[in-house]
Design a protein around this ligand. Sequence first.
Ligand code: SF4
Length: 267
Amino acid sequence: MVVQPSSGVNTIVGVTTAVERRELLKEVWKEASTCTKCQLAETRQTVVFGAGNADADLMFVGEAPGANEDRGGLPFIGQAGRLLDRLLQEVGLERADVFIANVLKCRPPGNRDPRPTEIATCRDYLHKQVELIEPKVICTLGNFSTKLLRDDPTGISKVHGQPEVHVLGVRAVTIFPIYHPAAALYTPSMLDTLRADFAQLPALLAAPLPPQPAPDVFEPVPEVEPEPESPAETETATAEAVEGAPEAGAEVLEQAPKTSDDQLGLF
Ligand code: SF4
């Protein structure tokens, strides 16, 4: 297993076991939980990384945390979340079976729409989640996640309920766009459409995994040996340690949240 830096989020090469993927998912969560890469860091209360089964076949990707999620730190815990739970139960699933995330991990103020720069800045985290959870099917909830993961500007009204295979990173997955459950809270007639789309999920999950890209398409980044420290640098570092100066690494560790499955909402 090799972990390499790539645009701020580690790239994982050759990960094989569910246990390793789960631990690496926690590492990505730890990085995201103190993220300040976009302006939303200034107004959020909590980074809502996502929660659920770290080894799920089914992932849901919504838009961004709302006020409840921003306070609680977990996705879909308001009214729309309760409706999502109900729709899952109707097709024989529950939260513990799926992983739920959003395009943005931080709440846009006043629940405004995500901005393109925010989506572009945050999307590495989502791609990493997909890479580590290895879902078979990704339900995109609403316009923002559908456009991002289909890499196409077509709106949800034209593509909902129509599964398509897409390659995300190193993995081919079935993308299944559906309306965001919040839409049914405002337009009750939408509930029938949502139910009809949800009814397709058991068959999609029972279908074989889409053919995966050839391994040679993906070229692992070679490991780079660290440069040996010069004697002068070593001496300076030793002198600082003796004088009790704080080490940069120690400071980061103190600020980073403790990782626990409960905090992350992992099953
Ligand atoms: S929205 Fe994403 S990129 Fe922006 S601060 Fe939050 S975690 Fe970082």
